[in-house]
Design a protein around this ligand. Structure first.
Ligand SMILES: CC(C)(COP(=O)(O)OP(=O)(O)OC[C@H]1O[C@@H](n2cnc3c(N)ncnc32)[C@H](O)[C@@H]1OP(=O)(O)O)[C@@H](O)C(=O)NCCC(=O)NCCS
Length: 184
């Protein structure tokens, strides 16, 4: 994937050497479940997920902090299962290591990914959702200019059997360009 650079971050391809950093944030019970996945239970599990899902992926970047060189999260542009078969639409997803929360880093990363999605990949729409309890993610989504669509009730069953609503948002290419003060 193309490496994206922001003032404080690099979004780059995952590497085999990233397993320790991945495990460091993925074992945190505050991180994965808010994004719909089970916390990692061992470094071996992180290595396995890195091998099977991230290495060679064309959907998920590793987020690197320029300050300390560590991988501190991930950001992906995935197929949107609610819009299966619709061309030009991708769904944004992201997580960040807890020590780095509250500094505006994910908003910075997400804005870079949106610029890439609309300006280089020429997508027509990017969608995103958060679970109702996730006020932090809601703020990232709002600060990126997404429009709220509504609540998809009982949309997903978590790894632990809990059934959750999803609060759904999207941003069209026209809205993205209008937000930059340009009509396309
Ligand atoms: C959601 C997440 C990516 C946010 O990353 P971040 O870098 O801390 O985000 P930012 O600093 O850009 O913005 C966070 C915003 O949430 C606000 N916030 C902090 N605590 C909050 C709370 N308990 N409730 C509501 N908003 C809160 C912050 O004030 C900030 O908003 P502001 O700029 O208006 O003040 C991070 O918390 C995370 O990885 N969480 C676990 C995984 C996750 O939820 N992924 C998203 C799945 S949809």
């Amino acid at each position: 994937m193309k490496t994206l650079e922001t003032p404080r971050l690099l979004l780059r391809d995952w590497q085999k050497e990233d397993a320790e950093d991945l495990y460091h944030y993925a074992k945190d019970p505050e991180v994965g479940p808010a994004a719909g996945w089970k916390p990692h239970e061992s470094i071996e599990e992180s290595r396995d997920i890195l091998d099977k899902m991230f290495l060679g992926s064309t959907e998920v970047w590793a987020i690197v902090s320029k300050e300390d060189g560590r991988v501190i999260g991930s950001l992906g542009l995935h197929g949107d299962s609610k819009r299966a078969g619709v061309p030009g639409v991708k769904m944004l997803g992201y997580v960040l290591s807890r020590e780095y929360w509250g500094r505006g880093l994910m908003t910075e990363a997400a804005k870079a990914a949106l610029a890439y999605a609309f300006e280089e990949e020429k997508l027509q729409m990017v969608s995103v959702f958060h679970f109702p309890f996730n006020g932090r993610s809601r703020r990232v989504i709002e600060k990126c200019g997404f429009r709220r669509e509504g609540v998809f009730r009982k949309a997903t069953c978590q790894y632990n059997g809990e059934i959750l609503d999803e609060v759904c948002y999207s941003l069209t290419a026209d809205e993205y360009w209008a937000g930059k003060g340009e009509d396309r």
